[in-house]
Design a protein around this ligand. Structure first.
Ligand code: DGL
Length: 266
């Protein structure tokens, strides 16, 4: 047993979908979450900038004495690829790959993510390494992140649906039976994405797979927390806006647990 907290970070709200999974899988864990709400989005920036931001996010979490870092942001996971951190870490990207390989029957797998994630080719590479017989299509969906950050998340939201139709039409035409939600913001609009994709397409939530990988890692090291479990939230912009949007994702009020930090000082 290791009572130190687990650190989780994302460019904004999206990583809360991973926190939701972690709270279910590891209820005895203390979690420290950092959402870089002042600098979101990451996915439209250069790799150097994303890496610099992500390293500052890591430094902040290390200052909280975390035992493990869950890089809930796919975009940051790609930018930090090859980086050795002072504590063990779990990225958002790799755990989704075996899940997709298990799920697909027709061997056609699609991935949606930020422009930076898609541009990196990291999902394609990892999927084809795991199963060379796959056909892989990756599609960037940059407008999903601001829509989620601004609360356009209802399953019948007409604006988000229009954007989803535009982005997902090539995925439908490609005939994928498995779609990786390769950005932690996307599970917030999972119901809408599922309805645009239609029946028979299996959606893989990369945040859920990362949470499962984090659980396995902690259990294998006998380091899972066994306390009452709690979560503290830190953001780089308005705490009130974050708390309001977090309520929709987590299903409870976290307003007393959110603090603002100056991330540029890390
Ligand atoms: N949620 C992040 C991801 O998983 C990135 C969103 C963004 O800041 O562009 O890729």
């Amino acid at each position: 047993m290791d009572s130190r907290p687990v650190g989780v970070f994302d460019s904004g709200l999206g990583g809360l979908t991973t926190v939701r999974e972690l709270r279910t899988l590891l209820p005895g864990e203390r979690i420290v979450y950092f959402g870089d709400t002042g600098r979101v989005p990451y996915g439209t920036r250069s790799r150097e900038t994303i890496r610099r931001y992500a390293m500052q996010d890591v430094s902040f979490l290390l200052s909280k004495g975390v035992k493990l870092i869950v890089i809930a942001c796919n975009t940051a996971s790609v930018a930090l690829d090859g980086e050795t951190l002072p504590v063990p870490s779990v990225g958002a990207l790799l755990p989704a790959v075996p899940a997709a390989c298990r799920a697909t029957v027709n061997k056609r797998v699609a991935v949606i993510g930020t422009p930076a994630t898609v541009r990196s080719g990291a999902y394609e590479k990892a999927l084809l390494q795991a199963d060379p017989s796959l056909s892989v299509l990756t599609v960037a969906c940059p407008l999903f992140v601001p829509l989620v950050e601004n609360g356009f998340t209802a399953p019948d939201d007409p604006v988000t649906r229009l954007v989803a139709e535009k982005y997902l039409t090539p995925v439908r035409e490609f005939g994928a039976d498995t779609l990786i939600l390769g950005c932690t913001h996307y599970p917030v609009i999972e119901a809408l994405i599922a309805s645009v994709m239609g029946e028979g397409v299996f959606l893989i939530n990369s945040g859920r797979e990362a949470a499962r990988a984090a659980r396995e890692l902690l259990l294998s090291r006998d380091a899972a927390g066994t306390g009452p479990g709690d979560c503290r939230y830190y953001v780089s912009d308005s705490t009130a806006d974050f708390a309001e949007n977090a309520r929709a994702i987590l299903g409870r009020d976290v307003s007393g647990q959110v603090e603002r930090v100056n991330i540029e000082s890390y």
